[in-house]
Design a protein around this ligand. Structure first.
Ligand SMILES: Cc1ncc(COP(=O)(O)O)c(C=O)c1O
Length: 451
């Protein structure tokens, strides 16, 4: 179904761009020089004129299977025609049960249950709520404290920003949840610069959790939430031994460990989940993005057997968990999810990500030595390139790099501060990896060198 790429008839003008208040975007700068995407196929986006743009970031870290893949498109179309909506409060429909079974079967240990929502932010808040309710259900209602980590990102809802460690999110909205504390982040450029995979320095930082337990007492702490590899705050792979140590300390003190796998889930690090890659099983695991390869909004939480069991008490006709969304397990999202899992399995996309990890890192590290590049970090099919900020104008060089990459070089990148993050669809080839790092990225960097 490779359709010819036709130019769009939409002409951006100040009038028709103005009404959309864009999120996480400098609206005025965007509307002066809009980066408009008209369509997508496989590894490419196409702008309004039909010009191809290589997708270096899987959209927003989500289009892991590539774009507009036939099996997923067909499943969504069929679902829209067959079952537009069905409630999953008190009723059910086949696809959502099928998807729950598929994604829990892929998960390690006894992560046997899937609770669905519609985004990564909802997934984070759902996991925090399940953690609080779990302790209460077991008669340990004093465990209400939640522990996040500096430079953590858990979406934009009030729970997520409270445990998150993204300064702007916290400063602007207040960290509304009381009784939250934070572990230190694990990045230290002096000790870790230009590391591939897990840095050897920093495992000891997990011990900070013991300090927080001593400070607050374990009986007040419900859960610790971390991204196994922090993504949105600049790609921070976990130091060697760090996650295992966190697991040990949580287990020792009866604290739940939550992995936010919204980015790392579904193949990004060469495994179904980062939990598998690192050999560490959390009690709750959040997912979104790659579950439908970004095609239909969906998120969710995987829970271990013991968590689910703790709720299955009381009279059988009474609701066990007072939580859910109208669109929990939406039929179209569930159908997209099942078809996405088929594509991952049939095309061995997680295996492809794993097989290409070294090629990807080798290619990324060819940028080391470029005078603008201050650090490079890689893991799975993810790379972060920290570039030198313009004096007194943090973020400007990366913003201009993104503009030029899109308009002049034909590459979609993601930026955060002065970090360029790359995380392509998992169907990428060796040639396309070389195209990103050896052909396009040097041009992108050259285009901002004189700022
Ligand atoms: C780790 C993590 N958690 C949560 C979220 C929020 O997901 P969403 O934007 O779907 O709400 C993100 C988004 O990038 C994320 O990276």
């Amino acid at each position: 179904m490779n359709k010819p790429v036709k130019p769009s008839t939409f002409e951006p003008t100040p009038n028709n761009l103005e009404p959309f208040w864009m999120g996480f975007t400098p609206n005025r700068a965007f509307k002066q020089r809009p980066r408009m995407i008209a369509r997508a196929k496989d590894m490419h986006y196409y702008d309004l004129k039909g010009r191809a743009i290589l997708d270096g970031s899987a959209g927003l870290w989500c289009s892991n299977a590539g774009h507009c893949r036939d099996p997923i498109v067909n499943a969504i179309q069929q679902s829209a025609a067959e079952l537009d909506f069905a409630p999953t409060f008190q009723y059910g429909h086949p696809k959502v049960f099928e998807l729950a079974s598929r994604i829990t079967t892929m998960a390690p240990d006894d992560l046997n249950y899937a609770f669905f929502c519609n985004s990564g932010s909802e997934a984070a808040d759902t996991a925090l709520k399940i953690a609080l309710a779990y302790h209460r259900a077991r008669g340990e209602g004093t465990r209400t404290r939640l522990i996040g980590r500096e430079r953590g990102y858990h979406g934009v809802n009030f729970g997520g920003i409270s445990v998150g460690g993204m300064v702007a999110n916290r400063k602007w909205f207040g960290a509304m949840l009381a009784g939250v504390d934070h572990l230190p982040h694990t990045y230290n450029r002096k000790e870790q610069a230009f590391t591939r995979g897990e840095p050897t320095w920093g495992g000891h930082l997990a011990e900070e959790l013991e300090r927080l337990v001593t400070l607050h007492d374990a009986s007040t702490i419900a859960a610790v939430i971390v991204e196994p590899m922090a993504g949105s705050t600049g790609v921070l792979p976990p130091p060697k031994g760090y996650l295992k140590k966190l697991r040990e300390i949580c287990t020792k003190h009866g604290i739940l460990l939550i992995f936010d796998e919204v980015i790392t889930g579904f193949g990004r690090l060469g495994h179904a989940y980062a939990a598998e890659r690192f050999g560490v099983t959390p009690d709750l695991l959040t997912f979104a993005k790659g579950v439908t390869s970004g095609t239909v909004p969906m998120g969710g939480v995987l829970a271990r057997q013991g968590i689910y069991d703790a709720f299955m008490n009381g009279p059988e006709h009474v609701i066990e968990l007072f939580h859910g969304y109208t669109y929990t397990g939406h039929p179209m999202a569930a159908a997209a999810g099942v078809a996405t899992m088929d594509v991952y399995r049939d095309e061995k996309l997680f295996e492809n990500a794993k097989a290409l990890e070294e090629t990807w890192a080798d290619a990324a590290f060819t940028l080391q030595g470029n005078p603008l590049v201050e650090d490079i970090r890689t893991m799975g099919l993810v790379a972060a390139i920290d570039i030198k900020p313009v004096d007194g104008k943090p973020g400007l060089r990366a913003y201009k790099a993104m503009e030029n990459a899109f308009h002049d070089i034909g590459l979609l990148i993601r930026i955060t501060g002065d970090t360029i993050a790359l995380s392509p669809p998992l169907m990428i080839t060796k040639n396309q990896i070389e195209e990103i790092f050896m052909e396009k990225m040097p041009k992108v960097l050259a285009s901002v060198s004189s700022l």
